[in-house]
Ligand binder design. Structure first.
Ligand code: ZN
Length: 345
């Protein structure tokens, strides 16, 4: 089968198309999916660069997000059958540890991601546990179905499970345009929050205003902390979503109200930050980490999609032949929404 692979770590120059064997079911609980579309994530850039502690078998098939048609099922699979349209939860867990037993799969001792630790979705076929798929809503196309799982699941856990955003609260989201930030905007609005977003691009801010953001701040030209204070009568934001890290961290803390929550799922701008503990305890801030989500949270977002309440924003879809160029576009970061590869037209 045709696949987009990494031939070595070190960067996007090691991406190539290759002919690799069609994957076989490895477990009675597995399903094989004929992939229609795969979506790109910032994670893919880290995978291409090389992550500490992750060993690949080369050629390594890229891609965490995908959607397609069930092609084969293991003997123990009862939840889906061949021909079903499904989208894939990229989080893989052991099913045996205490965290898995408690339904907290993303806290599993052996938590892994499709396309990072296992062959991914940027190929004609992929094998995953049946527990990792959910039905694609009838009204949802392949590009949206592929774009939906990782970013929406991550945003859902950050805002609903970890930060427990309440109606009427103010949420600040840095760096709108990326998949997780866009999904975070939608989840926060769904929970009834007021959302302030930032970007260095006025064009992105304009586009996002149409999605319902209450304010858009250009962080290249405005003092975000001062603007957030102004927009909240001096109080500050209830929740800040900061997955950039080093460049934004201090401003995130200064933009928080007393008792506010800062939630993070990434550090695209650098991982090392400072913290004045006196401010942490005096202002009674909560600093919350979050990674991916559980099976129950995946079922929750799939249910929201089925009702049409959560729907991913796709920036553009490219043919499989142009997938490598799409990864370079992702690295440049000019998109507002997800980049999707059409694996099967
Ligand atoms: Zn586990």
């Amino acid at each position: 089968m045709r696949a987009l692979v990494l031939t070595a770590t070190g960067g996007l120059e090691h991406l190539a198309f290759a002919d690799v064997p069609v994957p076989e079911l490895a477990d009675p609980g597995d399903v094989r999916i004929r992939v229609h579309a795969a979506a790109l994530n910032h994670l893919d850039l880290f995978v291409a660069k090389g992550l500490p502690g992750v060993q690949h078998q080369f050629p390594h098939v890229m891609g965490a997000d995908g959607a397609g048609v069930v092609d084969a099922t293991g003997d123990a699979v009862t939840t889906v059958r061949p021909g079903d349209r499904v989208m894939i939860n990229p989080g893989l867990s052991c099913g045996r540890c205490a965290a898995c037993g408690a339904g907290e799969e993303s806290l599993c001792d052996a938590f892994r991601l499709l396309g990072e630790h296992r062959p991914g979705t940027a190929a004609e076929y992929v094998v995953v546990p049946a527990a990792n798929v959910a039905p694609v809503p009838a009204a949802m196309g392949w590009a949206q179905a592929a774009a939906f799982p990782l970013a929406t699941l991550t945003a859902w856990r950050m805002l609903v499970t970890r930060a427990r955003v309440q109606p009427g609260e103010t949420v600040l989201i840095w760096g709108i345009g990326g998949g997780v930030a866009m999904a975070a905007l939608q989840v926060a609005l769904l929970r009834g929050a007021r959302v302030i977003v930032t970007s260095s691009s006025d064009a992105k801010l304009e586009r996002v205003r149409a999605l319902g953001a209450h304010a858009g701040l250009n962080h290249a030209t405005l003092d975000v902390v001062r603007e957030v204070r102004r927009l909240t009568d001096g109080a500050g934001a209830d929740v800040v979503v900061d997955s950039i890290g080093e460049p934004t961290w201090q401003s995130s803390l200064r933009a928080l109200r007393r008792g506010g929550r800062l939630v993070t799922c990434g550090a695209t701008g650098g991982p090392m930050v400072g913290l004045d503990v006196r401010k942490l305890f005096w202002h009674q801030w909560s600093i919350l980490g979050s990674t991916m989500g559980s099976r129950a949270e995946f079922a929750a977002i799939a249910a929201e999609a089925a009702e049409g309440r959560l729907w991913p924003v796709v920036d553009r879809t490219v043919p499989f032949d142009e997938a490598i160029a799409a990864f370079h576009a992702l690295a440049e970061g000019t998109q507002a929404g997800k980049l999707v590869i059409e694996v099967r037209p």
